[in-house]
Design a protein around this ligand. Sequence first.
Ligand code: SF4
Length: 272
Amino acid sequence: MLTPSISVNYLQKEINMLQFNEIIYGPMHSRRLGNSLGVNLLPIDAKICTFNCIYCECGFNTTMKKFPMPRRAAVKSALNEKLQALCAENQMIDVITFAGNGEPTLHPQFREIIDDAIELRNKYFPETKICVLTNSTQISKKEVFDALMKADNAILKFDSAIDETMRQIDRPARRDFSVAWLLENLQHFENRLIVQTMFLRGTHNGQTVDNTTKTEISAYINAMQILKPQQVMIYGIDRQTPVKSLHKIPREELEKIAEQIRKSGIEVNVAG
Ligand code: SF4
């Protein structure tokens, strides 16, 4: 859960979705990552992503294209200032997390910004991890792949092993985006691969959406057996979603799914 009392500055939009109005936000407690300082490489007043997930806590994508992304120098300066202040206050952070208002790897200088973050992390908090939450759509680009491999943890989205369900949940911008493409490209991360999966049930546009059925879990486990990730992070809805007819999967059910995945020898982390 967010803990808004600690220097978190964000906008609650009219539909109560979460968007970050700064380049650097937090630190805040993350269910999956611990005490996390966030970096938002997307515009501060818009959400831009190559997916448009029905559960996205930032809401649906912004359609107008006038919003600029922050420049590399501005990101470095803001991160330097924040890390310097946290260091002076003796405040520890577990992780510097690239996430924010959409897909961070869309930033044209993503690779250089990761280099800057590593330099600043080494200067102020050498024990802190650099983590990127990504939807996996840009990983076939060499510069993005190289940058993700430099991060301590690249956490890559894989919400269903069945195309129809993946399209229902993630709503990729590219019509040819497919599970087969994902499986092929995620394998390049080899033993560095960390997969993140949102499990949910509900309806959208009159259709049932459910990636927790027996068929779904069986296909998912088959996919994980191919990918052999270092770790799988599974989680349920925690905040407001733009589609209101979605249901949170109870923690006990997530644990049961996790148990099934663990039988393949894969480490699973559950955030309920
Ligand atoms: S990939 Fe992430 S940022 Fe993009 S729409 Fe989905 S949840 Fe939102």
